[in-house]
Design a protein. Structure first.
Length: 131
């Protein structure tokens, strides 16, 4: 499900950004840049909302951006939180995939007690890690 929530953003004196989603208690995130903090607070909203959906809790209605009570140096923004996409990104279920490797490699791995699944997972984690 997709949601849009207003957030309060404030740039700190050191250039760091903080963002809060007042409608979702506890969602406060930080980032080195405006895009980073908006991405972070959207992810925080997705986590909060996905948990509420899973536990059949009440989802607060989003406030109007104009209704935000802004403090000194704060400015409004809106983030989109997609709980379906959040679940896809964080789904840790194992899925079966067929891969091909040379026979000598399979033999050697088997003799060494190496788990091909774990080795592939480790390699992919390393491949997809942030640069």
């Amino acid at each position: 499900m997709k949601y849009a929530y207003p957030v309060k953003v404030q740039r700190q004196p050191d250039g760091y950004y903080l963002a809060e989603a007042p409608d979702l208690p506890g969602v406060v995130c930080g980032g080195e840049s405006l895009p980073e903090v908006l991405q972070s607070v959207a992810a925080g909203c997705e986590m909060w909302l996905a948990d509420a959906e899973t536990n059949a809790e009440t989802i607060p209605e989003a406030s109007a951006v104009e209704a935000l009570q802004l403090g000194e140096g704060e400015f409004p923004s809106v983030v989109v939180a997609d709980t379906d996409e959040y679940r896809r990104r964080n789904d840790a279920r194992a899925v079966k995939k067929t891969v091909s490797i040379p026979a000598w490699m399979a033999d050697r791995a088997e003799r060494a007690g190496v788990s091909l699944s774990q080795t592939l997972q480790d390699a992919l984690r390393k491949q997809f890690a942030a640069p």
